[in-house]
Design a protein around this ligand. Structure first.
Ligand SMILES: Nc1ncnc2c1ncn2[C@@H]1O[C@H](COP(=O)(O)OP(=O)(O)OP(=O)(O)O)[C@@H](O)[C@H]1O
Ligand SMILES: [Mg+2]
Length: 220
């Protein structure tokens, strides 16, 4: 299985309130193969979101190497890194990060535009249909339920057929019925598209649905 994601000797520290550096991430080695679906777990504050942000190139490591699709985004200019992320990585944020002034369809189309993706409106509409929102294309986030907003965020993350999908507690703000539905949907779309999935969760019910569960503290 070829690796879509590889981390080697990655360190990241933040400066605490007292001015001292606190090491949040220390990962010796971590790799994900094509199409793999892995849950990443760890205590609150242990650095899970920080690790996803490092993988996405939103944060840069102090040391070490992160390869996504054999490219090291750290070595790209900031603009090139943004383009690389948009084209190769689908990021489902815990707080959705939908643009409030735009409809469901426009949010997905904007994601497509940033990724230089093609497929046009047809693909965006097809994805929204696929997540069960074909009847909500022209609703703005405020007029959507929380579960529906999360499904728009999933459609947006997948619009450029990213090789790697990062999801940060995508079911965290949903009740258990909607959470299970959103999780199954995300997994099904990743399976169909052969996208590799790395999903952060606290929830034991979510963990037990994954064959591979990685504890952040075990990566040190
Ligand atoms: N920009 C920053 N500056 C300073 N400290 C930070 C910064 N970002 C994160 N931290 C600290 O790094 C640690 C890890 O944060 P992170 O958000 O990655 O945790 P997490 O595992 O995602 O937690 P949760 O499960 O609660 O979401 C925390 O102690 C946090 O305070
Ligand atoms: Mg977090």
């Amino acid at each position: 299985m070829s690796a879509i994601l590889e981390l080697r000797g990655v360190h990241k520290s933040f400066r605490g309130a007292d001015g001292n550096l606190i090491e949040v991430i220390r990962v010796k080695q971590f790799a994900l193969g094509t199409g793999e679906q892995t849950a990443l777990v760890g205590q609150s504050g242990s650095g899970k979101s920080t690790l996803l942000n490092l993988i996405a190139g939103i944060l840069l490591p102090d040391e070490g190497e992160i390869l996504v699709n054999s490219t090291n985004p750290t070595q790209l200019s900031e603009a090139a890194r943004d383009r690389f992320r948009a084209a190769n990585i689908g990021y489902v944020f815990q707080s959705f990060n939908l643009l409030q002034g735009f409809t469901a369809l426009e949010n997905v189309l904007l994601g497509q535009m940033f990724g230089g993706g093609n497929g046009g409106t047809d693909r965006a509409v097809q994805l929204l249909n696929n997540v069960g929102l074909g009847h909500r294309l022209h609703h703005k986030p405020r007029a959507l339920s929380v579960g529906e907003q999360q499904r728009v965020a999933i459609a947006r993350a997948l619009v450029n057929a990213p090789t790697l999908v990062l999801a940060d507690e995508p079911t965290g703000s949903l009740d258990s019925k909607n959470g299970t539905a959103v999780l199954e949907l995300l997994r099904r779309v990743c399976t169909e598209g052969k996208h590799t999935l790395l999903l952060v969760t606290h929830d034991p019910h979510v963990m037990e649905r994954f064959e591979k569960v990685v504890r952040l503290e075990d990566l040190q």
